[in-house]
Design a protein around this ligand. Structure first.
Ligand SMILES: [Fe+2]
Ligand SMILES: [Fe+2]
Length: 159
């Protein structure tokens, strides 16, 4: 971003970048969690869950990429050390179930992670509304995908 682009950001750049770094960490943890669960899931009808987890993992990696790009645009660099990812995330890493056939547990883990992501992005959207159009546009785009993710897995929950 150039001088004018940064000047029209009507809020603390430092605080904004910090929020984005945390969201960036969340995305990597979500990507890893979904990718991992897609590898280990077993049991009845595991193929469908595997496919959905792979789709979500791909989306989360895309979100990490988009946020990294924005952090760079804002004049900073995304966190380099993977050891720092969990420390700087909004929520701790959710452990995949030991029982790889426990699909209900996997579904609960995904809905919990997605509900956290929705909260994070709606907070950033509120903060940037009318103040930083570029960030607002990106986080609302990501938010709408997290809403789809939550719904996709919520619909699988046993009632
Ligand atoms: Fe995401
Ligand atoms: Fe998601």
């Amino acid at each position: 971003m150039g001088k004018t682009a940064r000047a029209i950001v009507d809020l603390s750049l430092k605080e904004l970048v910090k929020d984005l770094q945390k969201a960036y960490c969340d995305e990597w943890l979500a990507y890893y969690l979904y990718w991992y669960m897609a590898q280990i899931v077993s049991g009845r009808a595991y193929e469908d869950i595997k496919e959905m987890l792979e789709k979500l993992a791909k989306d989360e990696l895309e979100h990490a990429t988009e946020i990294a790009d924005l952090i760079i645009k804002l004049g900073d660099s995304p966190i380099a050390n993977p050891m720092e990812l969990e420390k700087n995330a909004n929520a701790p890493f959710l452990m995949p179930p030991k029982n790889t056939a426990d699909i209900n547990r996997i579904i609960r883990i995904v809905t919990e992670a997605e509900s956290g992501a929705i909260e994070v992005y709606s907070k950033i959207a509120k903060k940037t509304l009318g103040k930083d159009h570029v960030t607002y546009q990106l986080v609302t785009h990501i938010l709408s995908e997290e809403v789809d993710h939550e719904e996709m897995f919520e619909n699988l929950m046993e009632r």
